[in-house]
Design a protein around this ligand. Structure first.
Ligand SMILES: NC(=O)c1ccc[n+]([C@@H]2O[C@H](COP(=O)([O-])OP(=O)(O)OC[C@H]3O[C@@H](n4cnc5c(N)ncnc54)[C@H](O)[C@@H]3O)[C@@H](O)[C@H]2O)c1
Length: 367
């Protein structure tokens, strides 16, 4: 599928994708330097090392901008780091007319977005996502947040950036496992909304996709399609009242797996947890929403060759159930899922019983 324009515009901010994204960013920042009191760039240890030099080579004016850096990893997405950044901004004379530029993966854009949304009751922000999950998901749609203990994204806000600039070149230094992790979210996006995109994606096994250079047209196509679908969904439902819940396919179970692993201090990659979540929720989809077993086979076949099978323990089932019940997206004691009625068509608010969920886990153990 082709998009004629490289700029996908929402009513509120542009999302620029491809080689020219950095040129557009440069123009945006030139305007900001005239209008804004002070510019800040937030990086983590890895994006400071790998991405900032590339960015400065292309936009040398950024050398004058005040740098803020944090450690890398999910653990820094916390109120403690947010407080550190609020204090740093304060001590470096940031005011309401300052701009915070977030250069990094989902941790940096979620945390930076949250800090921007709350500092002096809100300052402007721009996202330059550098991981695949950041580029296709975290930086798109205006959700920000931090974790509390092992519970993900417990505190946060909706805060639209002034622009999102997606340059595939940053992905060259992203560890391969992280690229693979992002591919799980790409697959999810296709599965809930676009059968043709799914067919295009799943023609290639994951290990073949990982061999394709990021300068190849393939990646641009992949980024454009995934971002287009996410934007279509969030444009109609920015505050997740209904259709945005489509994006939760694989995540009710995936988040429980991820949170439990974090609690045990044996973290799993977000994409691996989501891949396992999608496999289990595809089993539920056959039971609850009539997914064709042949489509189930195609989905779980692609997932398994790309992501393997997580060693989920049967004795952890009740803890996982408990975590799902406490997921902030659920009401009362019900556990709600986004399931598939077919490839390309997600269905939100599907309540499944504990027995159905246990049955889906059982099928996953036997894959
Ligand atoms: N706001 C949303 O709508 C939304 C959506 C999806 C995910 N998220 C959040 O995003 C986070 C996951 O995102 P992520 O996978 O990008 O995590 P991340 O930001 O921790 O990045 C993963 C790792 O890659 C490194 N990295 C990033 N870009 C790099 C590059 N170009 N070269 C080398 N190293 C690089 C990071 O330093 C980190 O070590 C989670 O916290 C999740 O909750 C948010």
């Amino acid at each position: 599928m082709k998009l004629s324009s490289r700029m996908v515009s929402t009513s509120r901010y542009p999302v620029m994708i491809g080689e020219e994204a950095l040129e557009q960013l440069r123009k945006h920042l030139t305007r900001c330097r005239k209008l804004k009191s002070k510019l800040f760039i937030l990086t983590d240890a890895n994006t400071q090392r790998f991405c900032l030099p590339k960015l400065i080579t292309r936009i040398p004016e950024l050398e004058e901008v005040t740098m803020l850096s944090i450690d890398s990893g999910e653990e820094v997405k916390s109120l403690r780091t947010a407080e550190y950044l609020w204090k740093e901004l304060g001590s470096q004379q940031a005011d309401r007319s300052s701009l915070l530029i977030n250069l990094g993966g989902g941790v940096v854009t979620d945390l930076g977005g949250f800090v921007a949304s709350s500092f002096h009751r809100g300052i402007e922000t721009v996202h330059i996502p550098t991981s695949l999950i950041g580029q296709i998901d975290a930086a798109i749609g205006g959700k920000t947040g931090v974790n509390m203990d092992v519970l993900k994204n417990q505190v946060g806000s909706f805060w639209a950036p002034k622009g999102v600039y997606v340059w595939p070149g940053f992905l060259e230094t992203l560890p391969r496992d992280q690229v693979r992790s992002g591919l799980a979210e790409v697959a999810k996006t296709a599965l809930i909304r676009d059968e043709q995109f799914w067919r295009w994606l799943s023609r290639k096994p994951v290990h073949k996709i990982l061999e394709i250079p990021f300068s190849d047209h393939f990646w641009k196509e992949l980024l454009l399609n995934t971002i287009r679908i996410k934007l279509e969904i969030v444009r109609h439902d920015p505050f997740e009242r209904n259709q945005r819940k489509l994006l939760n396919f694989g995540h009710t179970i995936g988040h429980a797996i991820e949170s439990l692993a974090l609690r045990r201090e044996t973290p799993v990659l977000h994409g691996d947890a989501v891949a396992a979540g999608m496999a289990c929720e595809s089993f539920l989809s056959v039971q609850r929403t009539g997914l064709d077993p042949l489509q189930l086979e195609a989905i779980n076949g692609w997932i398994q060759q790309g992501f393997g099978k997580l060693p989920l323990l049967q004795e952890d089932e009740s803890v996982r159930m408990d975590m799902m019940q406490h997921d902030k997206k659920n009401r009362q004691q019900e556990i709600r899922f986004t399931l598939l009625s077919r490839i390309g068509q997600g269905k939100i608010n599907q309540v499944c019983s504990p027995d159905q969920i246990r049955d889906a886990f059982g099928k996953y153990y036997n894959l």
